[in-house]
Design a protein around this ligand. Structure first.
Ligand code: ADP
Ligand code: DP6
Ligand code: CO
Length: 319
């Protein structure tokens, strides 16, 4: 009997945003993330008469179940197994809102697939399998700070933990401004982004930014980490704006949140932001500032939900 597999979502400090190979989900750049304790997905696979995909107790039809079954068929062919499957998954993270649901989803799904068939594989191999479901998922196999080396091909593109249990005083406040599913998926957004005239210069900066981030982590340098994460996110969103045709995931409240972070910083409360493919903002800060920042957001935004996350673990097996 396969187990329920839990994978935690991760947020990139150095972003993955562009593919060299769409089918294998090989990235054009390396990326670096932190795995979060408060956001995760639980997934279990069982045998079934027909293929079924239940998300949060509701059977899914259409695009999202298509994506799951295309992926599972790919895995079945790879391992030489067959048969219909029922997937039951629960997201403890908003789905498709730029809070990295695909990272926890496909790491959990890859783990659940192997558990269902009793395949015992190395974490590195599991990371490669998860990558083929959603690129960012290869990083959710591990906890703490995680690096996805872009590699050359399928066998060399996988993630590994830089530090599974970091000591760094670092909190990530997820500012949920709009939890609704986005219109443009990450897969589509990053495809369009490569048309920006700034895409190439951004790629050329990848190794430097990665090295700087690794140094910041090794030196326990929160300021350098925050500044660089913010710059890297701004670069990604600048590429979206300047793509042809241009687009953005920002909403008016996203800009308001950016301005509040800048304002707080000017008043001596050290914090930085990062933003993914969605309107929601993540604020990076230290434990001592969490209360004040939370209060400021709650008083200035209507209907905002704030989740205070920190480092989370890699894959785990529940029952
Ligand atoms: P996000 O910012 O949430 O990562 P993406 O566009 O990358 O957004 O991916 C969202 C897609 O991931 C969903 O539309 C769905 O197809 C898939 N997904 C999300 N959660 C699950 C889950 N628990 N199991 C399988 N697929 C999921
Ligand atoms: C902005 O991993 O969701 O969150 O590989 O097409 O499924 P696919 O894309 P996905 O892209 C994540 C983009 C990002 C940055 C990041 O997590 O590195
Ligand atoms: Co995603």
């Amino acid at each position: 009997m396969g187990k329920t597999v839990r994978a935690h979502a991760n947020i990139a400090l150095i972003k993955y945003w562009g593919k060299k190979d769409e089918r294998l989900r090989l990235p054009l750049m390396s990326s670096l993330s932190m795995t979060l304790d408060r956001f995760y997905t639980d997934t279990k696979i069982t045998e079934s008469d027909l293929n079924h995909f239940y998300l949060n107790g509701i059977e899914q039809i259409g695009q999202s179940s298509q994506r799951v079954f295309t992926y599972l068929k790919f895995l079945q062919d790879k391992f030489g197994v067959s048969g219909n499957l029922a997937v039951r998954s629960t997201n403890h993270v908003p789905t498709a809102a730029g809070l990295a649901s695909s990272s926890s989803a496909f790491a959990a799904l890859a783990g659940a697939f192997c558990s269902h068939y009793g395949f015992e594989i190395e974490p590195k191999e599991l990371s490669r399998l998860a990558r083929m479901g959603s690129g960012s998922a290869c990083r959710s196999v591990f906890g703490g700070f995680v690096l996805w080396q872009k590699g050359e091909d399928d066998t060399t593109s996988y993630a590994y933990a830089l530090n599974e249990k970091p000591e760094m005083d670092l909190q990530l406040l997820a500012i949920e401004l709009n939890p609704k599913p986005k219109k443009l998926s990450s897969t589509e957004g990053m495809k369009q982004a490569t048309s920006s005239p700034f895409f190439k210069p951004w790629l050329q900066r990848n190794q430097t930014e990665l090295d700087q981030m690794i140094t910041a982590i090794q030196n326990n340098d929160f300021t350098a980490l925050g500044q660089l994460a913010e710059l890297n996110a701004n670069e990604m969103h600048a590429i979206n704006l300047t793509a042809q045709p241009g687009f953005t995931y920002f909403e008016p409240q996203t800009i308001a949140a950016i301005n509040l972070v800048r304002h707080l910083r000017e008043t001596g409360i050290e914090c930085y932001y990062t933003i993914d493919a969605g309107p929601n903002v993540k604020v990076i800060t230290r434990l001592k500032n969490v209360k004040e920042i939370t209060n400021q957001f709650v008083s200035q935004f209507d209907n905002v939900k704030i989740v205070n996350a920190s480092f989370g673990p890699g894959l785990s097996y529940l029952d």
